[in-house]
Design a protein around this ligand. Structure first.
Ligand code: 13P
Ligand code: SF4
Length: 380
């Protein structure tokens, strides 16, 4: 379980910050950054709005941000402009027991500027549900022959579950390498919470759809699967998804191809298999950025991932045509909760020594989650 120390009432200062102009908030944020210097690190995920990204020391995908947090053990505080699971991961990696001991017990304070910045996909797998599924699976198949793999978009307790059961964490940028690692150990994988990343990745490895099944945590009868389906499955996919990426549909790809001759369709692997099958390229947020950055002028793109990332690409690459794959707005509303007001509020309290929205994973959960995260970092 993760706990958050919040010594200042969450809503109290907001009227005072809410009314401020963005330019004024930006000045105050920069003033804190100057005064705190290297004691402070601000990390920002690619989906953050531009105004927030402008203040980040480092911008990246989930894997790069985890690595960055692991390497920032020298700072006093990490302010994470992302979502809750990312800040939990930063707390675990920046506060590895040997590093805390080397700092004479001092922890790196990890702050999430708005505690409501969660991830709807991460919320689709609760530890109790995963433990129940594991027990139920054990009635049909030998669980010593299953490696649990959790997408990093999950609570620390799920990462700890993987740590305890010989499992591992993956991100969208290393899912293939992680599944290779898992299949070198066991015949089967239980992949949660994102069925799409699991299915899309397993297919690239030659696992057939008939060797996969979907586990519905709300169905008490073996997750909705006949026992024979489970025994022949190599990949058991948790029935979870990203509500943002679920909005991209195969017909959007068809419409783009009809309207933009020569368009390259580039999507995130959290999109459904039907969308991925119609795309030209599939990869993590950093992969998506890299493809556009490296393409020659005049390239036309239709991109299926969060809106802020696509809009920034469109702005930064006027020499190319960048279009959003869906006709409707698909944005990560929880990521968007991190705004300048929350960032300024959390930074000013941090500087005064009264941090708000501190993310602190309890020691036991952190220890086992670290085991699964370190396995991932060793794979790539
Ligand atoms: P990346 O790991 O590709 O940055 O994706 C994170 C995420 O939450 C996508 O929805
Ligand atoms: Fe979670 Fe989807 Fe937002 Fe990524 S885009 S943080 S998976 S809700």
């Amino acid at each position: 379980m993760s706990t958050a120390a919040d010594p200042v009432p969450r809503a109290a200062p907001f009227p005072e910050y809410r009314g401020l102009e963005d330019a004024h908030l930006a000045d105050r944020i920069e003033a804190v950054r100057r005064r705190m210097g290297e004691r402070l690190v601000i990390l920002g995920h690619h989906y953050q709005q531009d105004g927030v990204i402008a203040h980040a020391d480092f911008q990246g995908d989930s894997y790069q941000l985890s690595k960055s947090a692991a390497e920032r053990a020298g700072c006093e505080a990490i302010v994470f402009c992302g979502v809750h699971f990312m800040a939990e991961t930063a707390d675990i990696l920046a506060n590895r027991p040997e590093q805390v001991a080397a700092r004479s017990g001092r922890r790196v304070t990890v702050v999430l500027p708005d505690m409501a910045a969660g991830c709807s996909m991460a919320d689709m797998a609760a530890i109790e549900q995963v433990e129940d599924a594991w027990a139920d699976l054990g009635t049909v198949i030998d669980t010593t022959d299953i490696t649990p793999v959790t997408y990093i978009n999950s609570a620390a307790s799920l990462k700890a579950f993987c740590g305890r059961h010989g499992g591992i964490v993956c991100t969208s940028s290393n899912a293939r390498a992680v599944l290779d690692w898992a299949f070198a150990k066991t015949k089967r994988v239980l992949f949660f919470p994102d069925q799409h990343l699991g299915r899309n990745t397993a297919r690239t490895m030659g696992v057939g759809l008939d060797e996969m099944c979907v586990w519905n945590p709300h169905d008490p009868t073996l997750g909705g699967n006949p026992a024979e389906q489970l025994t022949k499955s190599r990949v058991i996919l948790w029935q979870g998804h990203c509500s943002v990426h679920a909005m991209f549909k195969p017909e959007h790809v068809d419409a783009m191809r009809a309207n933009l001759p020569g368009v390259k369709v580039l999507v995130h692997p959290e999109c459904s298999m039907e969308v991925v099958d119609k795309a030209d390229l599939v990869g993590s947020t950093s992969y998506i950025l890299k493809q556009v950055e490296q393409a020659p002028p005049g390239t036309t793109w239709a991109i299926g991932t969060e809106l802020h990332l696509v809009k920034r690409l469109e702005h930064n690459h006027p020499e190319q045509t960048v279009r959003f794959l869906s006709p409707v707005v698909c944005m990560c509303a929880t990521m968007y909760r991190i705004d300048l007001a929350h960032l300024c509020w959390s930074l000013e309290h941090l500087e005064r020594g009264r941090p708000v929205n501190v993310i602190r994973v309890d020691d036991e959960t952190a220890q086992w989650a670290l085991t699964a995260l370190e396995r991932m970092l060793a794979v790539r």
